[in-house]
Design a protein around this ligand. Structure first.
Ligand code: FES
Ligand code: FE2
Length: 386
């Protein structure tokens, strides 16, 4: 393996030529997947939803994390809670509708009508007397931890999680100029994909594939302009140039909307690509923000929810809809081009003749992402065993 160190615009830029990819079984093995669930998805901070999706007390959204269903709900005091969707009586799932509103401001189990306040406290257990081992105060719904970053609700299912600021150090203060908490969802597209969750993160972090896979994207942003600007633990990010003045990633190459809030200077000519490991991809443009929410279902199956955030006044302006549509159409086209190659890679990496591949120097972030996965799993480098 050849390893070199480049300095580009003052940023240390490690390049690894010929570095081995993960072995194919990392994308297929049920055992590896189960370990990822236990050591990554049940341990790390995860994107759950946007705060705006549950604006009123009683509004909720169910978030599936492997075997766990979490009710992300706004309680009566406007605190956002992440309640395990499991009745304390005999373990029945409390709520089956993926999204909605608890009219009674309580959550009632459909089986024997135990009833919980929106903050998780058990407030009624029909016909049951306290004492003899039953105390309402010990039967509250378990809760996951919640953190709101810029209007994104993150949850953590671990009982004693690492602080959000430690896992997401690189995000703190980043993108403040976009005032992302003030942005609103303009569009959402759900993609159901036949590939491993890691392939989507990998695909997102390299543009080696862009000339062949994304002819239109390659006209808007030079494929060799990709640069890192941060790499801190779970957050790995970079940006690409938008050489056209007032340009953005749209079907026409023109901005979809005026620059957001305080975005200025170099940021007017850049699109950022941040992998917020393990289940979020964040893409701030000068004029809008796109993000992906990745929900693994099986080793080779995921849901990828893609959202486009704009300023509310843009969303409410009838004359601005063409710009929004152009951004969404561009990224929907680009996403589908990516999904095609990711799904083909899922199939190909299952071959018994595929041991591992070789990264190009332009894919060094992927090599680094693989190290994050191996570190989280506590696995030795698989190539060390070759
Ligand atoms: S299982 Fe929920 S009330 Fe009985
Ligand atoms: Fe791509």
């Amino acid at each position: 393996m050849e390893q070199r160190q480049f300095k580009k615009r003052g940023v240390d830029y490690p390049i690894v030529d010929g570095a081995p990819t993960l072995p194919g079984y990392y994308y297929h093995s049920p055992d590896i997947y189960r370990e990822e669930v236990e050591k990554i998805f049940y341990k790390f901070w995860l994107l759950a939803c946007r705060e705006e999706e549950i604006p009123e007390p009683g509004d909720y959204k169910l978030i599936q994390v492997a075997d766990e269903s979490i009710i992300v709900v706004r309680d009566k005091s406007n605190t956002i809670r992440a309640l395990f969707n499991v009745c304390s009586h005999r373990g029945t799932q409390l709520c089956a509708e993926p999204k909605g509103h608890f009219n009674s401001k309580t959550i009632q189990c459909p089986y024997h009508a135990w009833t919980y306040a929106l903050d998780g406290r058990l407030i009624a257990a029909p016909l049951m007397q306290e004492g003899h081992g039953f105390e309402k105060s010990k039967c509250s719904l378990p809760q996951a931890h919640v953190h709101n970053w810029e209007g994104f609700i993150f949850i953590n299912l671990d009982e004693s999680p690492v602080p959000f600021e430690v896992q997401m150090e690189a995000l703190i203060g980043k993108f403040a100029d976009w005032k992302i908490s003030e942005l609103r969802i303009a569009r959402h597209i759900r993609y159901e994909l036949n590939c491993n969750w890691k392939l989507i993160l990998q695909n997102y972090q390299e543009c080696y594939h862009c000339p062949g896979v994304h002819p239109l994207l390659s006209k808007l942003t030079p494929v060799d302009s990709a640069q890192h600007d941060v790499s801190k633990g779970a957050v790995i990010g970079g940006f690409m140039d938008l050489p056209r003045k007032g340009g953005s990633m749209t079907m026409t190459g023109e901005a979809a909307a005026p620059p957001i809030c305080n975005v200025h200077g170099d940021d007017l000519q850049r699109v950022y690509y941040y992998s917020v490991f393990p289940n979020m991809l964040l893409t701030p443009h000068p004029d809008f923000v796109m993000y992906h929410h990745i929900i693994p279902l099986e080793p080779g199956k995921i849901i990828n929810d893609c959202y486009w955030l704009f300023r509310p006044e843009v969303i409410n302006d009838p004359s601005a809809q063409g710009g929004i549509n152009s951004a969404v159409e561009f990224w929907d086209l680009t996403n589908r081009q990516d999904w095609q190659v990711c799904e083909q890679m899922q199939i190909g990496t299952k071959s018994r003749r595929f041991k591992h591949g070789y990264y190009s120097g332009r894919e060094d972030i992927l090599y680094q992402l693989d190290r994050e996965v191996l570190k989280a799993l506590g696995h030795p480098d698989p190539q060390a065993q070759d």
